[in-house]
Design a protein around this ligand. Sequence first.
Ligand code: NAD
Length: 264
Amino acid sequence: MKVAVMGVAGRMGQELVRAAHAAGCSIVGGVEREGSPAIGSDVGVVAGLTPLGVSVTSDALDAISRCDGILDFTSPKATVEFAALAANARAVHVIGTTGLTPGDEAQIAAAARHAPIVKAGNMSLGVNLLMALTRRVAEALDEDFDIEIVEMHHRDKVDAPSGTALMLGAAAAEGRGLDLRQHSVRARDGVTGPRRRGDIGFASLRGGSVVGEHRVIFAGPGERVELAHVAGDRSVFARGAVKALLWGHGRAPGLYSMSDVLGL
Ligand code: NAD
């Protein structure tokens, strides 16, 4: 499968090159934003591999038109632009970018009418299993059990709560039959009053080089159930993304999730 990696010089971009290469994909493009110091460098070298004979470019249109699928962990603005280009080229688009607005999501859904898109705020197998478990536990324990979601990430992460925390919140709300938008509490400060029954709370910690930790707490009268996932390094997301790419190859247009890929 011929693949282009978007945001190739980024933390995830480099992981994606290594994972796609290890899975036997042919890397035919590496794209970076205009002005990036990586432009012109060899994609393999940027990712810490031996040279692959492909130079990093800012010409996304050209890179996408020459591949079967793209791996995209960049920024919301870039991802929306790439979704339109991938739809035109009928290429599989694997989206790991987080912080997408409802407007971005709508544009991505429109692009998915023309080509397969696999989108997940977290591509790891363990987190997707955690999501399925969260839905089940939320369904089994009634509103006597308050749900709180705590996440921690490295100091450079720009959005909060993490995309994964929001997905876990959505899974918990689904299990409870609630609308997350009406029950999510994103911040507490000062005299907030007692906790509202049925709310789903989020807390975000930032620091150091933490790759990603998530804990879903079900706190009831006299007992507490906790489900947790710790990502040891970023390769777990890249391996999941490559799995999604291979799964999406040749599939009908549509917006898919990691649950579809993993059959959860
Ligand atoms: P990063 O800043 O290290 O990398 C992003 C890269 O994208 C940068 O190199 C940047 O120059 C490049 N970029 C930005 N705009 C571009 C454009 N228009 N064209 C080409 N390249 C462009 O960030 P990161 O830690 O690699 O994370 C990237 C995204 O992936 C974030 O949204 C993050 O939250 C998300 N993420 C998702 C998962 C998951 O499993 N879904 C896992 C980790 C990170």
